[in-house]
Every structure is written in C-alpha cells, then in structure tokens.
Design a binder for this molecule. Sequence first.
Ligand code: ADP
Ligand SMILES: O=c1ccn([C@H]2C[C@H](O)[C@@H](COP(=O)(O)O)O2)c(=O)[nH]1
Length: 285
Amino acid sequence: MMVAALGMAQLSRCVRLLTARRAVAPSSVSAAEYHRALMLDAGNVSRVQSRAHSVTQHRPPGKLVRDGEEKKPVICVEGNIASGKTTCLEYFSKTSNIEVLTEPVSKWRNIRGHNPLGLMYQDPERWGITLQTYVQLTMLDRHLSSVVNSAPVRMMERSIFSAKYIFVENLFRSGKMPEVDYAVLSEWFDWITANISIPVDLIVYLQTSPQTCHERLKQRCREEEKVIPLEYLESLHQLHEDWLIKQTLASLPAPVLVIPADHDLQKMLHQYEKNREKILATSSV
Ligand SMILES: Nc1ncnc2c1ncn2[C@@H]1O[C@H](COP(=O)(O)OP(=O)(O)O)[C@@H](O)[C@H]1O
Ligand SMILES: O=c1ccn([C@H]2C[C@H](O)[C@@H](COP(=O)(O)O)O2)c(=O)[nH]1
C-alpha cells in the first residue's frame, strides 16, 4: 500500500513537470502498437552506431515531454549484475565531460526503512512486484530528471527498458511472478512508454559471461545478493542477449554498441578508450 501510494505521488510529480503536448493514439491502434510506431527503427542496428534519428527522438509527437529544456544525448549502459557498469560510468565521469546518472540502488535498499531489494531476493513470488514497481518509478524519475550540469552528454546506468525486459520478464518466465502482477506491471510500462517521451540515443552493452559476473558479484559482496546463484545470472544473461544481440525479445529504444567486458580492469580501460569516440560522438548530433 505504502509503496503504491508513494508511486502515485511521485509519478504525478513527474507528470506535472511535463507539458501536456499529448495527442490521443488512434482508437484502432493499441497502446503497444502506438508506442512501437513512435519508436524509431533501431531494430536492424547492432554493433553499429547510427545517430541520425536522435534529434527527432527527443521530440516525438504525441507524448508528454519535459518543457523548456534543451535535451542532451542520453547513453544507457546495460549489462548483467556486476558486469562492470558502475566502474565504466566512473571511468567516463573522471575522464570526460559527461553527466552521470547511476542506478538508484540505495533507494531500492531503503524506502522509508524497508528494503524491497532484500525482500525480493528472499521471497521473489511475494516481493517481486513490490521491488519492480519501485524500480520502474525510480528509473522513470531518473530518465526525466533535470539536467544537473552543462556536460554535453548524459550517461545512465541501465534504464526503465531493462527493468521491464530483463528483470520483470525473468521473474515472470521463471514462474516467480504471478501472471496478475506481470499484467499490472506491463500495463504500467505500456502506459508510461506510450505517453511519456523517454529519449535514449545509444545503448552500451557490457557483454560478459555469467561466470565473470558471479565472481565479481561475490567480490563486491552486497549483502542482499549473497543468495544469487549462477543460474540466476545465466537467465539474465540470456535475456540480455535476446534483447540486445538477437533482438528477438522487445523493440530497441536505440542502437546498440557491444563492448566485450570479461577482461581485467586494465584491459577494460583500454576497451573504453578504444570506444570513447563512438560513445561520445553521440553528443555531436
Ligand atoms: N574488469 C573488471 N575486472 C575485475 N573486477 C571488476 C572489473 N570491473 C568491475 N570489477 C569489480 O566487480 C564488481 C562489480 O562491478 P560494478 O562496476 O559494481 O558492476 P555493476 O555496476 O555492473 O553491478 C566491483 O567489485 C568492481 O570493483
Ligand atoms: O529492475 C531491476 C534492476 C536491478 N535489480 C537488482 C539487480 C542487482 O541486485 C541490483 C543492482 O544491479 P547492478 O547490476 O549491481 O547495478 O538491483 C533488480 O532486481 N531489478
């Protein structure tokens, strides 16, 4: 109840910040189809950067958009748990002029004294919907957050899209989320993405083996994650591959740049340098 009430309050705050330049979807078209039609065609792009669409993507017709702000290009860093996303963001924030938005994990670990992340790992059937409702809200809040500095590019850890296509999908497919919970979350997600503009210009996929993530996760030693078995990371890995490489899971919000990320830290920094131009060229649109 408390989470749901908070969700509504925060969502209405988000939406109040937006200008109602809203057009109604044609009545013969479902919300999901309408959303798909508004999405730009990134489906045939993999390991390739094509940014010609970015300007239009920032102002798609018929969606709620934040008013009065010049938008900067947005790069989302995606990857399995402990694949090295935070480390990657830290590196770019230290070596380039970018605005960094990390995942709001601290909120997921503490909402008014409750820990929905920990509860979800203890009992996913009961608490999966609670965590993922809050993840969806806080990620939306991240996407809509005001520009905090004059850096020409924004780099975000994960997105509202991976929360749905990877984590919610995994809970449901593994039988750990009841169909009704999945339906409610899906309706929320479809409504949000059909009605609110969530611009993403590039996805950087840190592609790792589940084994690498398992080792890094143990090394990081986050209390809630101690119960995560290798099989969980294998399922998440498969969903990442289906979404970002095979492109069979769901539509892509942006082109994908794949960076192999099993290497040691030194080699990863080299990989980041090698891809720096491609990633930050997003700012030149
Ligand atoms: N290339 C790497 N080689 C070895 N350890 C790494 C590497 N990148 C990150 N780590 C370590 O692995 C753990 C998870 O990395 P992190 O950046 O927090 O991942 P994520 O944000 O994707 O969950 C951290 O302890 C981090 O120091
Ligand atoms: O939608 C989501 C997003 C994340 N999580 C979990 C997975 C991890 O335990 C933490 C944070 O992930 P990192 O990869 O360490 O950044 O949150 C989730 O359950 N659902």
